[in-house]
Design a protein around this ligand. Structure first.
Ligand SMILES: *Cc1c(COP(=O)(O)O)cnc(C)c1O
Length: 372
């Protein structure tokens, strides 16, 4: 039986083998391993790609989130205990970062059509202590940024973006995920649309002060060696990962485009009354299909389909099976009710998606789901 992996990381990196080896060799020969020329080049290239002025490489996506929030606090724009609106159906890192910065996450339900934060739910969640919104372009789909920016402006809230799943998602007018917020974070974890061969992350911003403070915070809070302006951490982008990411960045557009082709085929050709498909955005560039998430009518149907596909060699995952408010780590923290996030967690299923899927593999997934 030929298997269809959820995401084939070996196949994804194989075309870059020579260029990655060359990049690694140059780093070894340079004798400089952290925050050197490759880091600087990649920061410039990535800032230009996103359409922002500054980019600061950090150790991973969670640190990027935490440090951009902490920078806003060090700059006096946020204070301990301030409330930040975050989606109720996100990956735990978004919520952990808000907590780690000493801020209070307040959950906002998603729209079942887009899986992204529902702008209509912002009003109810926004209270006297709300100071910011941290949107997540979940699964690669750009949030309803016009409405969210308008709400943030009207209520004087700082806007942040978690772009860990949305490298290159952009509106018709060219504005990209990461360019709307006062600061935005990216992860280059190996499975992301732009993936390193290890951990890596980035904060992007148009604000020189934010960039400067994030850079210092990631380096023990220091701008000048052995002089500490902040109580910082060690979270820096190393030269090896920066060189590898710099080598892969030029292909990101083409690999996102291939994901879109796969998504369009899934949406057109999966025809099973038990399966609810995600909505294709009217503007295709707004989605980079980090994962392709379908929904089933019930938890039983979901588990049955997952087993049915597994028996046919098709690997699936659930993003995510337990929403943040039901995690043990957050017991007693959230008192509201989040029925949309809970029902999604029970009925969603992520099917294989990636830039290196063959047409045959896509057909196999479609055939199996239609047979279910
Ligand atoms: C992957 C991810 C993160 C965390 O990134 P790491 O590099 O793994 O720390 C944060 N938010 C979202 C939405 C993610 O998908």
């Amino acid at each position: 039986m030929t298997k269809v992996p959820f995401l084939d990381l070996k196949r994804m990196n194989a075309p870059y083998r020579d260029i990655l080896e060359d990049a690694a060799k140059s780093v070894v020969e340079s004798g400089w391993f952290i925050r050197g020329l490759y880091c600087e080049h990649f920061e410039h290239a990535f800032a230009e790609y996103i359409g922002v002025k500054y980019a600061v490489g950090v150790g991973n996506g969670l640190d990027a989130l935490t440090l951009m929030l902490r920078a806003s606090m060090e700059l006096g724009r946020l204070h301990e205990g301030d409330e930040i609106l975050v989606p109720s159906n996100t990956f735990i890192a978004t919520v952990l970062a808000v907590s780690a910065a000493g801020l209070k996450p307040v959950l906002v339900e998603p729209s079942v059509n887009t899986y992204d934060m529902d702008p209509k739910c912002l009003k109810n969640a926004c209270g006297a202590r709300t100071r910011g919104i941290l949107v997540v372009h979940l699964y690669g789909r750009l949030c309803a940024m016009d409405e969210i920016c308008e709400f943030a402006n009207a209520h004087d809230l700082l806007l942040f973006e978690d772009c860990a799943q949305a490298h290159g998602a952009r509106m018709n007018d060219g504005r990209s995920a990461g360019s709307f917020g006062s600061a935005s974070s990216f992860s280059f974890y190996p499975t992301k649309n732009l993936g390193a061969l290890g951990d890596a992350g980035m904060v992007v911003t148009n604000d020189a002060d934010v960039a400067e403070v994030v850079r210092a915070l990631g380096n023990y809070g220091s701008e000048q060696k052995y002089v500490n302006r902040f109580k910082g951490v060690n979270s820096r982008l190393d030269e090896m990962q920066a060189a590898l990411l710099l080598a892969k960045l030029p292909d990101l557009e083409a690999s996102n485009e291939r994901r879109r082709e796969v998504a369009v085929r899934y949406c057109r050709e999966i025809k099973n009354p038990k399966v609810l498909l995600p909505e294709l955005p009217a503007v295709p560039s707004e989605h980079v299909w980090h994962v392709f998430v379908i929904r089933l009518k019930s938890e039983v149907a979901r588990d049955d389909l997952q087993k049915f596909l597994r028996e046919r060699g098709i690997e699936t995952l659930i993003h995510y099976p337990i929403p943040p408010h039901l995690q043990e780590a957050y017991a007693h923290e959230f008192c509201g009710e989040y029925p949309v996030a809970e029902s999604m967690a029970k009925t969603i299923l992520s099917i294989p998606m990636g830039p290196v899927m063959t047409d045959d593999e896509v057909s196999k997934v479609i055939g199996a789901i239609n047979e279910f």
